[in-house]
Design a protein around this ligand. Structure first.
Ligand SMILES: Cc1cc2nc3c(=O)[nH]c(=O)nc-3n(C[C@H](O)[C@H](O)[C@H](O)COP(=O)(O)OP(=O)(O)OC[C@H]3O[C@@H](n4cnc5c(N)ncnc54)[C@H](O)[C@@H]3O)c2cc1C
Length: 461
């Protein structure tokens, strides 16, 4: 194999998803990872429906789903056990074609993603290889998925914006020795200015607690059991892992310099209260992968790659800022202002809905509420999910079967309910399934396809 199209630095979840996406698109990829096996300490426990859709795109959804538990959501409770904010998720399949909230075990997920790479002869993984100078890598583009201390971010320069959150939290994974159904399936955020804490029912007999700790408090077994005493003791569970993290909220100012890019924790870090750090990184990968393919294989202009940062930075900032507000809520019980500020939408201030922020300016057209947000994934009449039927490129959703001059974009009559609810005849979804634009008539749909093709050089190639 000659030199790669893309070199990826770091095989955490974001590097692994990016490598799978690029592998599916037929690009030649070299992945460099300093460690020999996935990071073993407890980190992410939740991902959402959009992320499952990305796993679907790389053909691994069923395998990933087998290791997950569908979650009913999160409750924010005060010291007296009163529910201050209810962030329940629906338990049935949602508009993205998947459940809204999954609990999972990160090392297991990373194992599935790494095994997925074995399908591609054109993706080479080099474990135990630490990259010193990313500029020296032989590849057309280099993507740093090299985590919070990213060397690629340092090479790009520009620093990071600090969104103002720095707290030490003890993160504990327990293995139950006997069933404790009373702990419940809901994630619970205990809002307590003295000792804010989070409980998460993860997969199998694993249970997660995250508890804020003071300077000087450590992660030894004595401290762990003392802090867990309100909920559980050593007679019911054993400690699998316990570690202290300092949570930060930052977004890098520059995500690209020339042929260098960053994605995932290299580009942003968030307190985990929304369960969105890895999710945001996987959205980065999904946004960047098809654009790299479009430029390298489809004749799209290089400038298309600038839309990666312009779209992703405002989007991830929305999540990080909301996570910071959640963190303040956890630290400040009874602050009703914060409850209402945190509730993105809903009939009353104590109900919260998942946010679906809009991408920043880039490759989407139209000022309406839909462009730049995730498009739906309806089931087709034969039961298949849209993306399985449409394949990896863009797709034109039509309210009714019709012949449209679509510049080579495949058209599928699906999503009539969603299109009808918005009074639309069609919507063009990009390869990452964000809405490029919508059309009230078939003529508008044809011109939308024309614009898309002109700007992407047929970006599905
Ligand atoms: C307590 C906690 C709870 C969390 N909960 C959630 C959650 O519920 N949901 C969620 O979405 N996110 C959550 N997160 C965040 C999530 O874990 C991270 O966002 C995610 O792991 C980042 O993935 P990544 O691939 O960007 O980086 P990493 O997983 O850090 O991977 C980076 C990789 O790059 C490698 N590397 C670094 N430098 C080099 C080099 N020079 N050469 C070669 N390799 C290199 C490293 O060895 C590493 O394997 C949580 C985080 C914490 C700490």
């Amino acid at each position: 194999m000659t030199s790669a199209d893309i070199a990826i630095v770091g095989l955490g979840p974001v590097g692994a998803v990016l490598a799978n996406l690029l592998g599916c698109l037929g690009l030649r990829v070299d992945v460099f990872e300093r460690d020999l096996s996935p990071y073993a300490l407890p980190r992410a426990v939740h991902f959402d429906d959009e992320v499952m859709r990305v796993f679907q795109a790389v053909g691994l959804a069923e395998e990933v789903a087998a290791g997950t538990h569908v979650s009913p959501g999160t409750l924010f409770v005060d010291g007296g056990g009163r529910v201050m904010l209810d962030w329940s998720r629906r338990m049935e399949e949602g508009p993205q074609g998947w459940h809204e909230s999954y609990r999972f075990h990160q090392p297991t997920l990373e194992g599935v993603l790494r095994a997925g790479l074995a399908r591609f002869a054109h993706v080479r993984v080099r474990l135990g290889h630490e990259v010193g100078d990313p500029e020296a890598l032989e590849a057309r583009y280099v993507v740093g998925c090299d985590g919070a201390r990213s060397g690629v971010r340092a090479a790009i320069g520009g620093g990071s914006e600090d969104l103002g959150f720095h707290e030490r939290w003890l993160v504990i994974d327990l293995l139950l020795k006997r069933p404790r159904p009373d702990l419940g399936d809901y994630t619970r955020q205990f809002c307590d200015p003295v000792r804010p804490a989070t409980y998460v029912r993860t997969t199998g007999n694993r249970r997660r607690w995250e508890i804020r700790v003071e300077e000087g408090e450590g992660d030894n077994a004595g401290t762990v059991w003392r802090l867990l005493a309100p909920w559980i003791g050593p007679e019911d569970a054993e400690i699998e892992r316990a570690v202290i993290y300092t949570f930060h909220a930052t977004v890098a100012r520059r995500w690209r310099r020339g042929r260098l890019f960053i994605a995932g924790d290299a580009a942003h870090q968030t307190p985990p209260f929304m369960g969105q750090g890895m999710c945001a990184g996987i959205r980065d990968a999904a946004n960047l992968a098809w654009k790299l393919a479009a430029v390298l294989r489809g004749g799209a202009p290089e400038a298309l790659l600038d839309s990666y940062a312009s779209e992703r930075i405002p989007h991830v900032r929305d999540y990080v800022e909301l996570a910071v507000r959640m963190g303040r809520l956890l630290n400040a019980t009874g602050t009703e202002d914060m409850v209402s500020a945190a509730a993105a939408r809903g009939e009353s201030t104590d109900r919260m809905e998942s946010i679906r922020p809009r991408l920043g300016p880039g490759l989407h057209r139209g000022g309406g509420p839909l462009a730049g947000r995730p498009g739906p994934q309806p089931r087709l009449a034969d039961g298949r999910r849209l993306d399985d039927a449409a394949g990896p490129g863009p797709v034109l959703l039509l309210r009714e079967p019709a012949a449209v001059e679509s510049c080579g974009v495949p058209a599928v009559a699906a999503g009539a309910e969603w299109l009808g609810a918005h009074g639309l005849a069609a919507a063009l979804l990009r390869p990452d399934r964000y809405v490029f634009g919508v059309a009230a008539t078939l003529d508008e749909a044809a011109s939308l396809c024309e614009t898309y093709a002109a700007e992407t050089g047929r970006a599905d190639a």
